[in-house]
Each structure stands twice: as C-alpha cells, then as structure tokens.
Design a binder for this molecule. Structure first.
Ligand SMILES: [Ca+2]
Length: 459
C-alpha cells in the first residue's frame, strides 16, 4: 500500500516541505537614532496638520520605539491556518457561554441600541466577543508607541503616520488618558479594537461622562460598535447568512462571495436548509461560501456578510461573527462541522500558485496564502481536467481517480464512491508539474477513504 499512499498524497503536488522564511528583503532594524530623527519629522508634520503645539509636545516627547511591533509587522505565519482551526478557536463553547450571559445581562442596553441603530444585540455581543473576548483582552501595547514605530519603520509609513495623528486628536479631545490608550501591535484600540480613524468617525459617548471611552466603558464600546455597523450599511431586517445543505450535483464553481444570485435561484439549484427544509422565500441576493472544502459546512452569505467584512476583511471572520451571534441567540452547533485539515506551509502554497499561474489558471499573486483566488484557480484547473474526454482505454480511469484526488484538494464535488477495483495506468503520468500518478496494481476501496480523511478540506 505504501506506493499508493505516496502516489496520491498531496505532497508531490508541491515542493518538499521547507521552513518558510519571513521576508528577507527588509531586515534592517530601525535604530534608535533613526527613530528619533523620524519623530522630529513627525512633530513638524503634526504641526502642519493643525494639531496643537501643546498636544504635540505633551504626547510626542515620550514615545518609545517598540522593536516587538516591528517584529510582529514583519513576521508572517509559517503555515496557513485552516478554517477549522480558526473557527474552533473563535467560536468556542466558552466564548458562546460567556456571550449568552453578557447578552442576557445587557438586554436593556442592547434593546435600546437595536432600536436606535438597527443592529440586533446578539451581533453586537458577537463582535465584542471576537475582538476582545468581551472586553477581557484589549492588548497591552501603548498605541502611540505602536503607531509611531510603524510610521517610522516605513513599510506602510504614510498610513500609520495618519493614524498616529488621529490618535493624538483622540488624546487632545480628552477621551482617554495616555496610559490607558493601549491595544494591538498594529494600533487597534479598546474593546472594539477600532483603529484611530474609525474611532474618530464612529466612537460614541453613550454613558454620558463626556468621554468616548472604548477601553473602560462597555456602554461606549457597544454603542460605538452599533454606530460603526450602521455606518457600514447593516441591513436591519436581514441575517448575516446561514448554514445550508448543497445538493450532491452542486457546481462548486458557483461558490465565492463574488457570485451573488437571488435566493430563489439558489433554491432552484437545490440548496436547502440543513436537514432538507426549503430555504425561506425572501427577495435578496446571496453567495455560497464553502470555507473548508466540499466536505465541510456550506453557507449562504447575505448582504450583511459584506458589512461584517467591512469591519474585518476576512470571510472566516465574517462567518465566525455570524455564527457566534447565532449561538448567542440560542442557535445550535453547525450541522456539518468544519473539516480539520493538514497544514500547508507558505512555500508549498506559493508553489501551487506558481504552477496554476503557469498553466493559465490565474491564481493571482504568489503570496503563499490560500485565498479565494487560489481556490478558484484550483477549481478551474480541475474542471478543465475533468472536461477533457478520455481518448483511449489507459486513460479511462483518469476522471474517477483524478476526481478522487482533486476533489479533496479543492471545491470539485466527488459524490461517487470509487469502484472497488480500478486499473492503474501502466506508466507514470504527470498531471501537474511535480505531481505524479504512477504505478500499477489495484486501488482498494478503503484507500480513497483514508486519503480523503487525510487531505480533504485543505481549501
Ligand atoms: Ca463615555
């Protein structure tokens, strides 16, 4: 059996595993001297930005270079994390339980915010839970230090310079004391993890003490979240989306947030609620999102899904917010659990992207990240392969075997169970450069199941 395992394992498609090195192009460390020079320039520019001289001298004089911020900004995770990992960590039983308690305890406030801003309370609590574990962890890095360090480090200096000036305006307005203004290494602040620009535009003083205090006031934080979501265009009467069941013959090329279709059309294509009940009738558009491959859960994403991505541009985040909100409101667990997946390192994903690009299936930038573009490119590749008619007997087996292999890699459905005995080809046969199906003999029925269990849901 060993040769078969090797033949069909994912690794041959990709480069041998090597450790992903973080970007080597920008290893120069910002020196203390450079930082002080940079701070001098920032002081001069802050003056031109109409920030009062007293604010500048009060807050820009004690700023510290924070090497940890640079390290975090430059480091990239070695491995892509799967949706299953992400989802399990963020929508944990503990977080659901705490969210339900907060939701109950804060009902009067939440009901008022829903009336005033149109955002249901369970969503407000869900954002709060995902951002800072309901205010339990706000981050510990002084925001001015983080923003000044990033402004001077250079990679996205202009952006962070603007956010540093915004942070000064928040201090100038007296919303918070400097020693309370802490947060993430990238400058996100308070219980809602707002960047300073979002703070200035959307933060509210709901408890009436005259300060927009997103660090210490739950009321200010939740009202500000509601205000931000209203600004992002939250649709008052709509959900975020929902888990659905896809028909066996579903065309996975239709997945992805860009492919919006009327709900009625998805119903016509055979999509149902989990368990088979019909989708509700509503005049709205939705997209099908399949975040952990065809064996994992499927979701319909409505317009508010786009709103959530306006807060954090990640489909996984949007699903987690929506699902946590559902659970807080009393909803049950997913009908189809996310599929645990082996981890691919960034070099492996980069090689996959390069190969797809070379074959004309545009996977976009070679960045080592398994995003929607790479998934789509893989789906196109697989579809193109499957569409090619078998021209001679030795290749007659190919669609089935190939489908077994690739359906577990990508979004192509493989509903059929492989036959018990499938003739293998007589010679080595390259499918993608570096990916081989080879060998002779009989593939046992048990093997594909083992293989699928090892590799499915990667994408
Ligand atoms: Ca306040």
């Amino acid at each position: 059996m060993k040769p078969l395992l090797n033949l069909f394992a994912i690794a041959p498609l990709l480069l041998p595993c090597t450790t992903w090195a973080t970007s080597q192009t920008d290893t120069k460390t910002l020196s203390e001297e450079d930082f002080q020079l940079c701070l001098g320039e920032l002081r001069a520019e802050a003056t031109q930005q109409d920030i009062p001289a007293q604010t500048i001298s009060q807050y820009l004089k004690d700023i510290q270079l924070n090497p940890k911020v640079i390290e975090l900004d430059r480091s990239q995770p070695e491995f892509t994390s799967s949706f299953a990992d992400y989802y399990t960590r963020r929508v944990s039983d503990t977080r659901i339980e705490t969210g339900r308690k907060k939701y109950q305890a804060l009902q009067p406030l939440l009901q008022r915010l829903t009336r005033e801003y149109g955002i249901p309370g369970h969503y407000l609590v869900a954002f709060w839970g995902l951002e800072t574990n309901y205010g339990g962890y706000l981050g510990y890095i002084p925001t001015l230090d983080a923003l000044a360090t990033l402004a001077c480090e250079g990679r996205r200096g202009e952006y962070f310079k603007g956010e540093l000036f915004n942070a000064l305006r928040i201090l100038q307005a007296g919303d918070v004391e400097r020693d309370i203004m802490k947060g993430s290494w990238a400058g996100a602040m308070g219980q809602t993890q707002f960047m300073p620009a979002i703070f200035l535009q959307y933060a509210l003083d709901d408890d009436g003490d005259g300060r927009r205090n997103l660090w210490e006031s739950e009321r200010d934080a939740l009202a500000s979240a509601a205000n931000f979501l209203r600004g992002l265009g939250w649709q008052r009467e709509e959900r975020w989306g929902r888990e659905v069941s896809l028909p066996d013959d579903f065309d996975f090329q239709l997945t992805g947030f860009a492919n919006q279709r009327p709900l009625s059309e998805w119903a016509r294509l055979g999509i149902t609620l989990p368990g088979g009940a019909a989708l509700p009738v509503a005049d709205l558009e939705a997209a099908v999102i399949v975040p952990s491959g065809h064996n994992g859960p499927a979701f319909l994403a409505y317009g508010n899904f786009r709103v959530i991505m306006g807060w954090n541009r990640s489909e996984s985040y949007a699903i987690a917010v929506g699902r946590l909100a559902d659970r807080i409101a009393g909803g049950g667990a997913l009908h189809q659990a996310p599929v645990p997946a082996p981890r691919l390192n960034r070099e492996q994903v980069s090689k996959l992207q390069e190969t797809l690009n070379q074959l004309g299936h545009d996977a976009g930038d070679v960045d080592g990240l398994l995003g929607p573009g790479t998934r789509k490119a893989l789906a196109r590749y697989v579809t193109a392969r499957l569409a090619r008619p078998a021209t001679s007997r030795p290749t007659a087996w190919l669609p089935t075997a190939f489908r077994i292999r690739m359906c577990s890699l990508t979004l192509v459905s493989c509903p059929e169970r492989p036959r018990k005995h499938i003739r293998q080809p007589q010679r080595t046969r390259p499918l993608l450069p570096g990916m081989m199906i080879a060998g002779q003999g009989v593939m046992r029925a048990a093997f594909p199941r083992f293989y699928l269990s090892q590799t499915h849901g990667i994408l």
